[in-house]
Structures are given as C-alpha cells and as structure tokens.
Design a protein around this ligand. Structure first.
Ligand code: PMP
Length: 441
C-alpha cells in the first residue's frame, strides 16, 4: 500500500508537504483518511475522481453525501451557470430561487411547511435548537450519544458519549454543554429517564436524532426507534428534530421521514439540499414553530429568533438546490443510488463470507457501511473499553482506507460509502473486484 503512494502519488505528496507550512495539520478538509498523506484531487466526474498525478478512483465518498446525482453533474451545472451570468453568486437581496427552493422542499417533504436557508448543516442545527427553545420556552436539549450534528459548542460530537469521551471537545467550555443531555444510542430507557430528569431543569425543548442512527447509521437503530422517540416527545411535550443532513433526498425524495413513516416537528437539511454547491443547510418544519424565525415583515421586528449569514439563501446555492432536487425527482436518483448501495453491500458481504473475515457490510439505501474492526459499538455502556476499541478501530479504518485507495477506491474514512446515480452495475462490479484484491491480501 505504501509503495502505491510512494510511486504513484508524487504530485500529491509534493502539494501536501507544501501545505504543512501554511495550513494547520497540512490539510483542512479531507473526508477520506490522510494516511499516509492526502491526495490532491483535480477532477470529478460522476462515479470517478482523478488526482493530480492522473490516477483515477471510484468515488464512494461523493463529497460526504451531497452529490446523489453523481459528482460534477452537468445538467445542474449548466443551469447554475445561467444564474451566475444573470445575478452573480450573491446580491444580499431577496430573489425567487429562495422561494422556489422552499416550495420544492415542501412538495417532497410536506411536513416542512416553511423553510429557512442557512450556511451549513452545523448552522441549521444551531437554528433548530435555538428555535425550539424559543418556541417551547424550555431549556434542555437531548441528543443521542455519538451522533454528529455539526461542530457547534452545544452539539459537539462525543459530548459525553462513552467511546468518544469529550474527545472532540477541546476549546469548548464545559458550561457550553450544560443544557445538552446525551442518551445511549438506541436506548429508549435512558431517553425517557432524561426527559423525566429534565422536568426539574426547565423542561426539554427538543430531542434531536439522526434517524438512521448516530453518525449516519454507524451505530444502527432498530426500525421502530424513531416512532418510539416520536411517542416519547409527544408524551413530554418536546419537539422532535430530525437531522436529515445526510438522509434528506438520499433515503428517497421523502427523506428519512418518508422512509420510517415518522413526522418530525423540525427538519434540518444540508448536503444534497444545495446539490453539492456551497452554503448547504437549512431548517424547516411546522409553520407555527417556524414563525419564530420571522424576519420582521410581519411588523414584529425584534420579536424573533436571530439567524443570519451574509451568504445564507444566496441565489447560486438556492438555485443549485432547486435544480438538483428537481433533477433527483425526474431521474429517480435516490432509488437508483439505493439500488447501487444494495448491490455493493451484497457483493461486499459475499466477499467477507468467502474470505471468512471478521467484517460486516450493511446499508440503508445508498448509505453503505463496511465495518472491519469487529466493533459494532452497539453496547455503549463501557466508556473505557469503548475508548480503547475506538482507538483501535480508527487506526484500522485508516489503514483499510489507504488500502482501498491504493486499489482505486475512495471511501469516507475507510468505513463508509455513499453511492450515487452514477454507480452503474459495471461501476459496482469493478469496485467489488478491487475490494476482492484488498481482502485477498
Ligand atoms: N448533521 C449530520 C447528520 C451530518 O452528517 C453533518 C455533516 N456531516 C452535519 C450535521 C453538519 O453539516 P455541515 O458539515 O454542513 O456543517
């Protein structure tokens, strides 16, 4: 594996070495692993990526999720180019694409009666939490251990979760998370207990979940989990927030809400909501709740919850999202990508069984997991044990990620893959041949 990087990736190595001087850590955004060094990517096209040295890879990262149509999708790009020609990327003023985006989201997610575009998934979660507190007049928020809701102070990943014990919390004052409570993944008993405890702490404004389970289903939840969380929220008067940053338009045009048949009060969107263009995020939901974000046109200026962003709701991103959603519906992209995910997962599991490896492959549509550590993280109750296992898992994932890359496949952190509409049977079968070579070694 190291031989591949040494002999075939000279240009990437040169760029990364230079980057160490000017960019902290030598890299700022790389969702694949950086071991032994990150690749500098020059071109993307459908199911493929090409690096600076001219090596081509099958792209199962798909930018971390947004490009359900496939990377660098020309029909959307061409329409976006027309918008740039007309208005440029931003004016700071109202334009019709803001509305068209909110309308098309409502067409496929009817429970998103109103929608507010923001800069990223992280910002949209911040807005959802703030809005829920303002609407309910309550203080506490409950998240699920290990779930990722962006990098804001109050929602920091691994807040107190066993296995990632304040791992990502450097620089965050302890008090910032005082009103966030965490449950064990897929454990409804701890959720109920927190809801009861919170009655004495000012009440629970919202429960926020990733509907496929923490970290895009790395820790899967039972099929009826979301329905049961919905029931508990209703019992305690808390708002249910679905973080659909990954699942929105990916599990189907109706997102996770449609997939699980559960209706949240608020929905956080990101990634696919701007079709891979920047400023991907927004919060939407019941009109009465969304009213807290009113901008003052109703004569109540100053009475509302503040959200903002110079580039929030810019014409470029709103138009890109609108075009991408239209195109995903027209082409049936979520279903096609989901079938590719099924084919990939079945093929991987066949290989795992053939070689008798202690791995497991599983998927929810186009979200595919390939766990090689033997740690499914289902029991999150032993912090020390899981901390150790998590470290070992991370190291193994890093090495597996590099091995896949050396065989022409880019994954998310060596353990997760997103398929897209560009993944034909030929692409998946080619990928399976490459996985076969890695597993054989
Ligand atoms: N929520 C979930 C479930 C996510 O996967 C992510 C990003 N991976 C976020 C929120 C944060 O979104 P962003 O990166 O756009 O801030």
């Amino acid at each position: 594996v190291l031989n591949y990087f040494e002999t075939k990736c000279g240009a990437s190595k040169e760029i990364t070495d230079r980057a160490k001087l000017r960019i902290p850590g030598g890299v700022q955004h790389n969702l694949a692993f950086n071991y032994p060094f990150p690749l500098a990517i020059d071109r993307a096209d459908g199911a493929y990526l090409t690096d600076r040295d001219g090596n081509t890879y099958i792209d199962f990262l798909q930018a971390g999720g947004p490009t359900i149509l496939g990377s660098n999708y020309a029909p959307v790009n061409e329409r976006v180019a027309e918008v740039i020609k007309a208005s440029g990327p931003v004016t700071g003023l109202f334009h019709e694409y803001e509305l068209k985006l909110a309308e098309i989201i409502n067409r496929y997610l009817p429970h998103v009666e109103m929608y507010r575009s923001l800069g990223s998934g992280t910002e949209a979660v911040m807005a959802a939490v703030r809005g829920a507190r303002a609407f309910t007049g309550r203080k506490m928020v409950i998240k699920v251990g290990g779930a990722y809701h962006g990098w804001s102070d109050t929602m920091v990943y691994g807040l107190r979760v066993p296995g990632s014990f304040r791992m990502n919390a450097k620089g965050i004052p302890f008090g910032a998370t005082a009103r966030t409570r965490e449950t064990f993944p897929h454990d409804l008993g701890t959720l109920k207990r927190k809801l009861i405890e919170n009655r004495l702490r000012g009440g629970t404004a919202a429960v926020i979940v990733e509907p496929v389970g923490p970290e895009s289903g790395t820790r899967p939840v039972p099929r009826d989990y979301n329905a049961k969380v919905r029931e508990l929220c209703d019992e305690f008067g808390a708002l249910l927030v679905f973080d659909e940053v990954v699942t929105g338009f990916r599990l189907g045009m109706g997102g996770a809400a449609g997939y699980f048949g559960v209706t949240p009060d608020l929905t956080v969107l990101g990634k696919a909501v701007s079709g891979g263009y920047p400023m991907a995020g927004g919060v939407g939901g019941r009109a009465d709740i969304m009213g807290v974000f009113g901008s003052g046109l109703d004569g109540k200026s100053g009475a509302h919850v503040q959200v903002g962003g110079t580039l929030s709701a810019n014409p470029l991103s709103c138009a890109a999202g609108y075009f991408a959603i239209e195109e995903m519906a027209r082409t049936n992209a979520p279903v096609i990508a989901g079938r590719a995910g099924d084919r990939l997962t079945r093929g991987l599991q066949r290989l795992i069984d053939r070689y008798g490896l202690p791995y497991v492959a599983y998927n929810q549509g186009s979200i595919v997991h390939l766990e090689c550590s033997g740690v499914m993280l289902l029991d999150m109750r032993s912090p020390i044990k899981l901390l150790k296992e998590n470290k070992a898992r991370k190291r193994l994932m890093e090495q597996m990620g590099a091995a896949y890359t050396a065989h022409g496949i880019i994954t998310l952190a060596g353990s997760r893959m997103y398929t897209s509409m560009a993944d034909t049977d030929e692409v998946i079968d080619d990928a399976l041949n490459r996985f076969d070579q890695v597993f054989a070694q």
